[in-house]
Design a protein around this ligand. Structure first.
Ligand code: GAL
Length: 430
């Protein structure tokens, strides 16, 4: 007892000793803080590795370092991001999530439900995100009422890109109906030009498929089939017609299409080897990065039919420890929705800003078409989330559709069999 008491007295009763301890602890805190706090930092996982994409992500990297951040790049090549998402899962499972991840659509909420995402509401409130972002985009960035992702842009999916001189020298304009597209493609094919530059990767098949589905079925059909997963729409005659058109499209691709990356398909249009590509407007970023001029070297038009398929890229912040990494996340989130970044990034990326208060003065004709069509579609009720780019459905259901689309495109499967396979795949995925 005595010895315990005396120890107690020695440690806490002695004023001098107490002061010394406090001073030592304080010094060591100051030392630790000044030695080890190296400023905000972030490891950033993304799949922007093509020419146009890399130029765009470099804009963010530059702004981050100009504002004191140090950036660790984690690029995972593979258009559409499938490989990046596999890499992400492995990192999270090993307990070592990257700080910031290119993530979008319902997978943001899926990761939040798994408890993996940080709440960035404080940054959002401080920077007035709810005032500068349209409600439809803000909705994708929220998880149970909290902000859990920061949007960078709006990409449109339902675009046709064309080589301007291939069309004009053969007397063709941009097709306004699918019949016109087919007729132009057949005529060009007869002259030895590849009508459709395509890369045979599942996500690219899905990209073409959803543009065709919107064009042939219209906005209500698209919404019923690919947002609501309504069985009547999935097994309708309209869906049979969509697969019929996909079979026709299959005849327009060259024999080396299998496995080709999307940017190599864009290059085929650039160099006149092929006439058209159906791809989101990151393809425009690729044309621009190669010095091509819209309206002169290449043409853009929405794919035949009504509506607008949107694809919003965003970054989510994964839960990380340590003030440097957490400060890095806050800085990154703030910059991403910043006015200057939204302009410069999107000028490179081919998309339009997510913010509504960024002037489009410096943007080209295709971006103006995109913005005008997006507003009109929003008013007219035909603004739709892209299923192929993970904006409409959770992963399992989107995957079920894409598996069917790819199986059909790469075989001689009939349209009716494809529809039956689609219905079954969706049933199994629920
Ligand atoms: C999309 C993404 C775009 C673009 C494209 C090709 O899913 O939203 O930003 O990078 O993939 O990689």
């Amino acid at each position: 007892m005595n010895s315990v008491n005396s120890t107690f007295k020695f440690k806490w009763g002695n004023h001098m000793f107490k002061k010394l301890v406090v001073a030592a602890v304080a010094t060591s805190f100051t030392l630790t803080a000044s030695v080890s706090y190296a400023g905000p930092k972030a490891e950033v996982l993304h799949w922007w590795t093509s020419g146009g994409e890399a130029k765009s992500v470099a804009v963010l990297q530059k702004e981050f370092s100009e504002n004191g951040g140090s950036w660790t790049d984690m690029p995972v090549a593979g258009g559409g991001g499938d490989a990046a998402m596999t890499a992400l899962r492995a990192r999270v499972l090993s307990g070592n999530a990257p700080a910031a991840v290119q993530l979008k659509g319902p997978s943001i909420q899926e990761w939040y439900e798994e408890g993996a995402l940080a709440d960035i509401s404080a940054v959002a409130k401080k920077n007035n995100w709810s005032k500068v972002l349209p409600a439809s985009i803000a909705g994708h960035m929220k998880c149970e009422g909290k902000w859990c992702a920061a949007p960078v842009n709006v990409h449109r999916i339902d675009w046709i890109w064309a080589n301007a001189s291939v069309l004009s020298s053969n007397g063709f304009g941009m097709p306004k109906t699918w019949d016109e597209f087919n007729a132009t493609a057949r005529a060009l094919q007869a002259k030895g030009i590849i009508p459709l530059a395509h890369g045979g990767q599942a996500w690219q098949d899905a990209t073409v498929f959803e543009a065709v589905a919107l064009g042939i079925g219209g906005a209500n059909f698209f919404h019923d089939a690919f947002v609501k997963l309504d069985k009547k729409a999935l097994q309708s005659d309209t869906m049979v017609k969509v697969f019929d058109q996909m079979r026709i499209m299959r005849g327009f691709v060259d024999k080396n299409f299998s496995g080709r990356d999307w940017n190599l398909a864009t290059a085929m249009v650039m160099n006149g080897e092929a006439a058209f590509q159906i791809m989101g407007d990151w393809a425009k970023g690729e044309f621009l990065a190669a010095g091509k001029v819209p309206g002169k070297d290449f043409l853009c038009a929405s794919t035949p039919g009504e509506g607008f398929l949107y694809n919003v890229d965003s970054f989510a912040m994964f839960k990380v420890k340590g003030s440097e990494r957490q400060d890095g996340q806050k800085l990154l989130a703030k910059l991403i929705v910043g006015k200057n970044f939204q302009k410069v990034f999107n000028l490179n990326k081919g998309s339009i800003p997510a913010r509504t208060d960024v002037s489009l003065n410096e943007f080209d004709h295709c971006a103006h078409v995109s913005a005008a069509d997006m507003n009109a579609s929003s008013v007219g009720g035909t603004l739709l989330p892209s299923y192929a780019h993970g904006m409409a459905l959770r992963g399992a259901q989107a995957g079920a559709i894409t598996d069917t689309v790819t199986a059909h495109f790469n075989s001689k499967m009939s349209s009716k069999d494809a529809v039956a396979m689609l219905v079954k795949a969706i049933d199994n995925s629920k």
